[in-house]
Design a protein around this ligand. Structure first.
Ligand code: IPM
Ligand code: MG
Length: 358
């Protein structure tokens, strides 16, 4: 098959991990006989430097006209004092909104061989395999009114959710649960927030249509604790935008490193695929960043972005086998560089897929 994939490397370690992911996509294309057209466009601080804006029109148009978008990371301390619309992060928020990718899937599972890599006791980690379904285009990130008072004495943001916004993300969560262990935990703060009470009511309504999937509700503060106390109890976690942002970083620590986590942001058009980690300016340019989050995001791109599940499985298996064999960057106690990890996984793609390719 042919597919057009836009690459948005962005800032910090973004270009390194995007190059790594692109290398593995190339390996999949060669082994399975696909023709993917990969084109690179500026985004974030890199785009501000080039053209003065974090999301140039050409970049947005290219994304709209591609089959899928793979993004590295945005964020650059040099722009910390810029007004909100000129910060690198604005690119990501606008891109998510413009592509309408309201459903953000953030899987976190424990890789074989990494049980001792993170801060949690290894015996807590057996069977950890969860999926955070984060609402991505609503809530505090996008609610209006918002702003900083002219005299700088106060600031405000608005958390707002409509029934429809909650309904569509809940449906995604229940559908995913059906392909997994059939358990949904809906996370909110319904003891305090009206938006959470609406959230809870709508999720419960949707649950009625999924009698084969169990639902429980959990307050976000309790969820943050349960995630480190007993992470294996979770299957699908569905939650609003900011709670999902926070809990997904925590999930990174649970499985050993934030650098391992991929994500897929899906709506009705092209999907946006990006590692959960940020631009990590302290690691940039040294070839030490963990590319597995980005490579696993490429696997999600193959699976959900261009409907190639076998190819996605091959790439995921290649990652699993490499990690189990000790391939890794220092954050997971490995000794390899970012590019060495990418090459090892790309080579593995060939070895694995030769069994299954007709
Ligand atoms: C993430 C990031 C972004 C977010 C930032 C970079 C805007 O933290 O994807 O989790 O908050 O959504
Ligand atoms: Mg985040």
């Amino acid at each position: 098959m042919k597919a057009r994939i836009s690459l948005l490397p962005g800032d910090g370690v973004g270009p390194e991990v995007t190059a790594a992911a692109a290398q593995t996509i190339g390996a999949v294309a060669r082994r399975f006989g696909h023709s993917f057209e990969l084109r690179t466009f500026p985004v974030g601080g890199a785009a501000v430097r080039e053209s003065g804006v974090p999301l140039p029109h050409t970049t947005l148009d290219a994304c709209r006209n591609s089959d899928a978008v793979l993004l590295g990371a945005v964020g650059d301390p040099a722009f910390d004092t810029h007004p909100p619309g000129k910060r690198p992060e604005a690119a990501l928020l606008t891109l998510r909104r413009e592509l309408g990718v309201y459903a953000n899937l953030r899987p976190a599972r424990i890789y074989r061989g990494l049980e001792a890599a993170g801060p949690l006791k290894p015996d807590l980690l057996a069977g950890v395999d969860l999926l955070i379904v984060r609402e991505l285009t609503g809530g505090l990130y996008y609610g209006t009114p918002r702003g900083l008072d002219a005299d700088g004495s106060a600031a405000h943001n608005t958390m707002r959710y409509s029934r429809d916004e909650v309904r569509r993300i809940a449906v995604r969560a229940f559908e995913h649960a059906r392909g997994r262990r059939r358990r949904v935990t809906s996370v909110d703060k319904a003891n305090v927030l009206e938006t959470s009470r609406l959230w809870r009511a709508v999720v419960s309504e949707i649950a009625a249509g999924y009698p084969d999937v169990s639902l429980d509700h959990m307050y976000v503060d309790n969820c943050a604790m349960q995630l480190v106390r007993e992470p294996a109890r979770f299957d699908v976690i569905v939650t609003e935008n900011m709670f999902g942002d926070i809990l997904s970083d925590e999930a990174g620590a649970v499985v050993g490193s934030l650098g391992l986590l991929p994500s897929a942001s899906l709506g009705d058009g092209p999907g946006l695929f990006e590692p959960v980690h940020g631009s990590a300016p302290d690691l940039a340019g040294r070839d030490v960043a963990n590319p597995i989050g980005a490579i696993a995001s490429a696997a999600m791109l193959l699976r959900y972005g261009i409907a190639l599940p076998d190819e996605a499985d091959a790439l995921d298996h290649a990652i699993d086998e490499c990690v189990a064999a000790g391939v890794g960057t220092p954050d997971i106690n490995g000794r390899m560089t970012c590019s060495q990890v990418a090459s090892a996984i790309a080579e593995r793609v060939h070895a694995i897929s030769s069994i299954s390719v007709p």
